[in-house]
Every structure is written in structure tokens, then in C-alpha cells.
Write a protein that binds this ligand. Structure first.
Ligand SMILES: Nc1ncnc2c1ncn2[C@@H]1O[C@H](COP(=O)(O)OP(=O)(O)OP(=O)(O)O)[C@@H](O)[C@H]1O
Ligand SMILES: [Mg+2]
Length: 307
């Protein structure tokens, strides 16, 4: 089911185009990343999804409700955190949740128990928030965003300030929510490595312009075809270098060994050839080709065209 549809969204503030014709979708059960450098327009987009910013042109639809025409129905289906969660530090997590729940109708007691269970913070829920780590506060923020059982969860750079363990916990939690509570997650970040681990699909934005969508399968598939840089450590680096040169390959002698830029599926043949030449191979390291490289090439491509 399509939970979020952004269609040709444009935002102009003081004659400046902050967002230019952004379109994207989020389906239930999916974690969709929104990746872009500082100032790209991530927070602006997320504020617009949460109804905190007006729309200059285009449409945002949440669970089929246009947020301009059916504001309340659309908002019932969105929960989110923009910047840091707003919590009362002298209250416990449960008291914070009780306070926020009092703004919604329904069976608040069971709702609170449910979200505490969902974000897995049962053990600490009656401690004061001021004694919490940043990671725990993020959890309470998530619990708060989930209180009214929204179908769509929108998070603006939720891993900011978290350590690697906190980031992993958040990632596992979002995966759990998307797969078990059938929530769709739209999450922004400027860190590609993080998005690759967390998301099913990624949209890239730069300077207010959408510059591409990738599924993780596409990222992985492209790995077979792509050209990587390899570092060879062998018993005879000069002989290795001469051999690479004879292939007319892009190669270089370094302190430790020889680097070679080559298609991935050529490497086994090259390794066999080196062995036949009685060269011992101690290591062949492939440089990490990640979405990072696509990201950099895509974003540097657009910078000059806009503004
Ligand atoms: N209220 C505003 N008035 C004028 N310009 C604004 C306003 N809000 C945002 N901008 C501008 O819009 C652009 C996008 O900002 P936004 O905060 O959405 O980027 P971001 O992708 O969230 O960046 P970051 O990674 O730094 O959080 C920036 O150039 C910013 O200066
Ligand atoms: Mg931002």
C-alpha cells in the first residue's frame, strides 16, 4: 500500500527555490532513505510532510489523503521526529508518553504499553528522562511518534549524535517496526553508509533537486559490472606491475604493492596468470565501491546547474 506520495513538490521561500519538483513514494513495510548533503532540503521536505511548512506547488498525499485538502485525516497517519525529540526531562518516559497520549483519544493505557513494547524500552520506562542516554531518548521520541499508531513514520536524521551501537539499535528497531508493525519509514541522512544498511530504497536529493533513486538490489547488482580499484600484495611487485602494464591496464606501484583498476570479473584470470608466473600472492584487496561514489558523482554533477 502506498503510504506517502510526493508529487512534483516545490517550495519557494523568499523567492528562493528550496525544493524543485521532488517526487517520491513510500509503501507500507518499507524503509525509504532520503539522502543528501547539508542544505539539500531534507528537513524542509520532512516538515512539509508533517504539515509544519506550507506547500508552494505540488502535492503530498498520506494514505490517500491530500495533506492540504484532508489535513487532519492525513496527519492521523503520520508520526515523526524533526530534529530532537521534545521531552520533559524531569518526567519519566512513561509520564512523557502519558502526557502526549492525553492529546489523543482512545485507550491510552494500552497504547502506551504497546509503544513501550514496540520500542523495547520496558526496563527503563519508569526512570526520569534526564538519566537517559541520547539513544534512549531517541527511543522515547520514537515511542511518542508511534503513540497514535501512524502508518507512516518520518524521521529527520535520527542517528545524529548516536554512537555505532546506538545506530545499530535504531536500525534494528526501524527494521522491526517496518516488518512487524507494517509501518512505512521515511528517514533522512547525509551518511550513505548508514542508508545502505538501513533502507530498502534510497532517494538522493541535492540543492533541492531529486537526482536519483536506487534500490539495494540495483546497488548490489551494479557491483558485478563495475570497475574497482584493487591493491595486490605479491612476492614480486615489479614483475606484477610489468604484467599489469602488459595488459595495458590502469595500474600503479605503491609502497606496499601494486594497484590495478579493473573489472571485477577479470580478477580471477589475473590471479591465475600471476600464479603461473611463479608470483606468490599475499593479498588482493578490493576498494569499497559503495553508493558513496555514485553519490559524489551525482551531487557534484548538479551543483553547477542550479542557482
Ligand atoms: N525558513 C527558511 N527561510 C529561508 N531559507 C530556508 C528556510 N529553511 C530552510 N532554508 C534553506 O533551505 C535549504 C534547505 O534547508 P534544509 O534545512 O531543508 O536542508 P537539509 O537537507 O535538512 O540540511 P542539513 O543536512 O544541514 O540538515 C537551505 O539552503 C536553507 O538555508
Ligand atoms: Mg536538516
Amino acid at each position: 500500500m502506498e503510504l506517502l506520495k510526493i508529487d512534483s513538490l516545490t517550495k519557494v521561500i523568499k523567492k528562493k527555490k528550496i525544493l524543485d519538483d521532488i517526487s517520491l513514494t513510500v509503501n507500507s513495510g518499507e524503509i525509504v532513505g532520503f539522502l543528501g548533503p547539508n542544505g539539500a532540503g531534507k528537513t524542509t521536505t520532512i516538515k512539509m510532510i508533517m504539515g509544519l511548512f506550507s506547500i508552494t506547488s505540488g502535492h503530498i498525499t498520506v494514505c490517500g489523503y491530500d495533506i492540504e485538502k484532508d489535513y487532519e485525516k492525513a496527519m492521523k497517519n503520520v508520526g515523526g521526529i524533526v530534529e530532537n525529540p521534545d521531552l520533559y526531562k524531569r518526567l519519566t518516559a512513561r509520564q512523557n508518553l502519558e502526557y502526549f497520549a492525553s492529546m489523543y483519544d482512545g485507550d491510552t493505557k494500552s497504547q502506551i504499553d504497546e509503544v513501550i513494547e514496540l520500542v523495547k524500552m520496558a526496563g527503563r520506562v519508569d526512570d526520569k528522562v534526564k538519566t537517559y542516554s541520547l539513544g534512549m531518548r531517541q527511543r522515547v521520541g520514537l515511542a511518542q511518534a508511534l503513540l497514535h499508531r501512524p502508518k507512516l513514520l518520518v524521521l529527520d536524521e535520527p542517528t545524529n549524535g548516536l554512537d555505532p551501537i546506538g545506530i545499530k539499535e535504531l536500525r534494528d528497531l526501524l527494521k522491526y517496526l517496518s516488518k512487524n508493525a507494517d509501518v512505512g519509514v521515511f528517514v533522512s541522512s547525509h551518511l550513505l553508509s548508514e542508508m545502505e544498511l538501513m533502507c530498502d530504497r534510497i532517494y538522493i536529493i541535492d540543492n533541492g533537486v531529486g537526482i536519483g533513486e536506487k534500490t539495494l538490489e540495483q546497488v548490489k547488482d551494479s557491483g558485478e559490472e563495475e570497475i574497482y580499484s584493487y591493491s595486490f600484495i605479491t612476492s614480486d611487485k615489479n614483475k606484477t606491475y610489468d604484467y599489469f602494464k602488459s595488459l595495458e591496464a590502469n595500474c600503479d606501484l605503491t609502497n606496499g604493492g601494486v594497484t590495478l583498476v579493473m573489472k571485477r570479473d577479470e580478477i580471477p584470470g589475473i590471479v591465475r596468470a600471476l600464479i603461473k608466473m611463479n608470483i606468490d600472492i599475499f593479498a588482493v584487496n578490493q576498494s569499497q565501491r559503495t553508493l558513496e561514489q555514485d553519490f559524489i558523482s551525482m551531487t557534484t554533477g548538479t551543483k553547477t546547474q542550479i542557482r
